[in-house]
Structures are given as structure tokens and as C-alpha cells.
Design a protein around this ligand. Structure first.
Ligand code: 13P
Ligand code: SF4
Length: 333
């Protein structure tokens, strides 16, 4: 009863639990204890702050996280990432409680594709197959034939019949890149990521002059002018694996700076340089991802709030294109 009353009094009006934390607590130990007590699993994206990556049960890219969410035996998933990732976990594992430290952790790319406008766009191309990047809302997934991630987009699109017209949404940069490597023409939705579109070609070229030995590793959400300088283009997991397997020692990394934590941790003998944004700001950090903090993770797990809830009719429609993605990308490790 006391616990019920306490939960009623928890303030989540801001989109996250706002409650005092005993300053003497060891948050790492407490999170570990709560995780065991509640049979919860913590899934974190590479763009989370280092502390969160270090305490997570699994750290990965969007494909890896979706696979984990689908396969976990835990009763509860704490998703340390952004809203569309937690939604994907709920779509795949509806019987599990999915909680996320801050409901405000959105995504500029997902926001660039409002469901009503997308429905009108699709209506203009009725014979097209709709392929959507996983960085979109459940309402967009529900209007999609196949979901892809940056790990499997090329692999999946190569499996489609050559004469099948395609709409690709919402990321025009990933769409353009996949179109280039597969030779497939696609109708692109005009969306992009605020983090990946700020990398400056000019600054990157300066950095290459400064570090002539360094290889450039870039995420396909970057603009074409940046991708043109890349020695390797791939998802966050792809970038990490490339650096781990390469005999080279210096890398310029054009994606959200959070990935550097795993790179430095797993390759202590190598140097990683974050590609600079155009205006000297710290906008190579995703402001949405960075809304999650260690304190919010602790409170979220303690109070099991905020919880991600979804209308069942939307979930069912969003599930089919994600399942197609998982089936079509089984060969990708
Ligand atoms: P991946 O981790 O799947 O490469 O995606 C990057 C991203 O922008 C996630 O929001
Ligand atoms: Fe969205 Fe870009 Fe942030 Fe990824 S890095 S969550 S695509 S805004």
C-alpha cells in the first residue's frame, strides 16, 4: 500500500522521474541490485554517455538492440536510447514492461516525418514499396513494408526485385548513399539527422591534413560531401568493428561522439579523433540521446517509470515490417 501511495506521488510530469536521490548511494551498485530484483535488462545505444554504456547489459546499434529486445528473457527492458528505439522494443516484446529514462528523448530524423504528411506522400506513389529507416515513429513503421537499419539497408534492398519501385524514408542521406551503392533509384523522403548533417567538409579536410595517416570512418547519415572523404561507411557497429579489425592506428570518426567510448575502450592502442561540426559547437553530440543520465536511469528503474505504452492496433501494424527486416537480415552478424 505504501509503495502504491509512493508511486502515485512520483512526479513524471516532465517526462522523467523527478525525485530526490540519496547522495551517499552508489548508483552503479543500486542499479545492479534493482536490475536483479526486477529481472530487468538494460539495453543501451552507443551514443549514450559512457557511464550508461558501462552499466548496460548490452550496448549496440539499432539492429543489435532490436534483436536483443526481441530475444530477451527479462520481464522489463530499460531502454537507454531514444523514443523510437524503446517503441521498437515494445513492438517486438509487448508482454514486457518497457521503460525509458526520459520520454523527451526524441530524434530529429523521426520528427522530420509526420505520419499524415507521409500518408499523403505515399498516396502519390501507390505502386512503390515503402522502405523506412528504423529511425522513425511507430506510426510511420505502421505505414511501411520493410524496416531497415544502417547495418542492413543495402543487404535488404539488394534482395528486392529490380523492377520494384521504392520509397525510402525518412533519411535522405542514407537513402542517397544506398541508392548509390545498389544502383537502385528510390523516391526519397526529405529528412535528415541534426547531428550528422553538421559535419563540415572543410573542417574534415583540415583534420585529414593534420593527421595524414588517419582513416575516415563515417556513418551513412552524414551528407554526401562528407561521405566522399570516407575510407569506410557503415553503422555504429560497422564503424566500431572496422576500427577493431584495422591494422591502422589513427581514425577520424564522423558520427555521434558517444561511439568513441567503445572505440577507446576496445582499442586502447589506437587514436580516435571526433570529426568536427562546422561551427565549433558540440553538436556532434545528440541532444536527445544525452537527455538520459545515470540519475534518470536509476530513478526509472526504481519507480519503473516512465513506461512506454502503445496502442495495440498501431503495434500490430508496425510489427510486420520489423519482422520482415529481421528475417531478411538473418545473414548479418
Ligand atoms: P546505428 O547505431 O544503427 O548505426 O544508428 C545510428 C543512429 O543514428 C541511431 O540514432
Ligand atoms: Fe536521431 Fe540523429 Fe540523434 Fe540518431 S543521432 S537519435 S538520428 S537525432
Amino acid at each position: 500500500m505504501d509503495e502504491m501511495i509512493a508511486l502515485d506521488l512520483v512526479d513524471v510530469s516532465g517526462g522523467y522521474v523527478d525525485a530526490p536521490i540519496d547522495p551517499t548511494l552508489d548508483l552503479f551498485a543500486e542499479i545492479d541490485r534493482l536490475k536483479k530484483e526486477k529481472n530487468a535488462v538494460i539495453l543501451a545505444h552507443y551514443y549514450q554517455e559512457p557511464d550508461i554504456q558501462d552499466l548496460a547489459d548490452y550496448v549496440g546499434d539499432s539492429l543489435g538492440l532490436a534483436r536483443q529486445a526481441a530475444g530477451t528473457n527479462a520481464d522489463m527492458i530499460l531502454f537507454a536510447g531514444v523514443h523510437f528505439m524503446a517503441e521498437t522494443a515494445k513492438i517486438l516484446s509487448p508482454q514486457k514492461k518497457v521503460i525509458l529514462p526520459d520520454l523527451n528523448a526524441g530524434c530529429s530524423l523521426a520528427d522530420s516525418c509526420p505520419p499524415d504528411e507521409f500518408a499523403a506522400f505515399r498516396a502519390l506513389h501507390p505502386d512503390h514499396l515503402v522502405i523506412s529507416y528504423i529511425n522513425c515513429s511507430a506510426a510511420i513503421k505502421a505505414q511501411t513494408d520493410i524496416i531497415v537499419t544502417s547495418s542492413n539497408a543495402e543487404h535488404i534492398i539488394r534482395q528486392l526485385p529490380a523492377d520494384q519501385p521504392i520509397i525510402f524514408a525518412p533519411d535522405k542521406n542514407l537513402g542517397r548513399y544506398i541508392s548509390k551503392v545498389t544502383g537502385r533509384e528510390m523516391v526519397l523522403w526529405d529528412g535528415s539527422c541534426i547531428v550528422h548533417e553538421v559535419f563540415s567538409e572543410q573542417q574534415l579536410v583540415r583534420l585529414k591534413v593534420q593527421y595524414p595517416e588517419a582513416l575516415v570512418l563515417a556513418h551513412p547519415e552524414c551528407e554526401e560531401v562528407v561521405l566522399r572523404h570516407a575510407d569506410y561507411i557503415g553503422s555504429t557497429t560497422g564503424i566500431l568493428k572496422y576500427a577493431q579489425n584495422s591494422p591502422e592506428k589513427q581514425f577520424i570518426v564522423a558520427t555521434e561522439a558517444g561511439i568513441l567510448h567503445q572505440m577507446e575502450k576496445t582499442c586502447p592502442d589506437k587514436t580516435f579523433i571526433a570529426a568536427p561540426p562546422g561551427n565549433g559547437c558540440s553538436c556532434n553530440e545528440c541532444p536527445h540521446m544525452k537527455l538520459n543520465t545515470l540519475e534518470k536511469v536509476y530513478l526509472c528503474l526504481k519507480y519503473e517509470l516512465p513506461e512506454l505504452l502503445m496502442e495495440e492496433s498501431v503495434r500490430i501494424r508496425a510489427l510486420a515490417p520489423i519482422q520482415r527486416m529481421l528475417e531478411m537480415s538473418r545473414a548479418i552478424g
